[in-house]
Design a protein around this ligand. Structure first.
Ligand code: NDP
Length: 257
């Protein structure tokens, strides 16, 4: 009875930024649970390659191009998926960027705007576009990828725009959960610690920064993408039927200190 509730058979799932990293592992997890997964990414080749990897494991997946900062592209993708599959049951807003080592007092407008555009505007455009259909059907689960940076200020890198964008994602999550909670649509977030992906690869050139990151983490290590994907799977599934407006920290204990 309990394990069955993690299954996503016959569900249609969309994961943004799914060509690599946390997004790809999430697509892998959702498809293993039985969902048909649409992997969307800036790079069509990357999205299609990811979908092909999943199909080679016997899963059901397809790749599509999407720039989440373009509300018109988001709406067009929704129309395309609806025409093909009739609905989206699970939406994972994973696409995000980080620009670190940017002191606030010298930060260029373009850096501030770019990070907010992908990390916050992109999440909202997708929630709005896909949330509407979920509300009409009276069911759906949205999982936003936030960050522990929405709770704490990372050290030693300066990245006020990133931290602010992720705090905003957490509060957007709660706001939509409150608006939609009585109409069958759950909205939650996962807030990861440092995860081994392209986004954090700059740390390998900076042993001092790595010492800060690991030294500040009770578990003494970075996380793996599959460790975030499993939290997303839980929130996306009926196993989390009472959770909405939750921001689940998966941080190896970082915020405990
Ligand atoms: P990656 O850089 O490995 O993957 C992100 C993917 O999103 C890439 O394929 C990227 O494409 C794509 N992408 C970027 N911009 C857009 C856009 N405008 N539209 C569609 N797709 C886009 O990152 P991670 O897997 O590490 O991060 C995934 C999410 O997790 C992000 O929201 C990030 O902020 C969050 N996160 C990550 C942490 C970490 O330590 N890695 C910690 C906490 C949160 P391209 O490569 O072409 O730019």
């Amino acid at each position: 009875m309990y394990l069955e509730r993690f299954r996503l058979d016959d569900r249609i799932a969309l994961v943004t930024g799914a060509a690599q990293g946390i997004g790809f592992s999430t697509a892998e997890a959702l498809s293993e649970a039985g969902a048909h997964v649409v992997l969307a990414d800036l790079s069509l080749e990357g999205a299609e390659a990811g979908a092909e990897r999943l199909r080679s494991m016997g899963r059901s997946a397809e790749g599509m191009r999407l720039d989440v900062t373009r509300a018109d592209e988001v709406d067009a993708l929704r129309d395309r998926i609806l025409a093909r599959h009739g609905r989206v049951d699970v939406l994972v807003n994973n696409a995000g960027i980080a620009i670190s080592n940017e002191p606030a007092e010298t930060m260029a407008d373009t850096v501030w705007l770019k990070v907010l555009d992908v990390n916050l505007n992109g999440v909202f455009w997708c929630c709005r576009a896909f949330g509407k259909g979920m509300l009409e059907r009276g069911s759906g689960s949205i999982v936003n990828i936030g960050s522990m940076s929405g709770f704490i200020v990372n050290r030693p890198q300066e990245q006020a725009q990133y931290n602010a964008s992720k705090a905003a994602v957490h509060h957007l999550t709660k706001s939509l959960a409150a608006e939609w909670g009585g109409r069958g649509v759950r909205v939650n977030a996962v807030a990861p610690t440092y995860i081994e992906t392209a986004l954090t690869s700059f740390v390998y050139d900076d042993p001092e920064m790595m010492t800060h990151w690991i030294g500040g983490t009770p578990m003494g290590r970075m996380g793996r993408t599959d460790e975030i994907a499993s939290a997303v799977l839980f929130l996306a599934s009926d196993a989390a039927s009472l959770l909405t407006g939750s921001v689940v920290l998966a941080d190896g204990g970082y915020t405990a200190w």
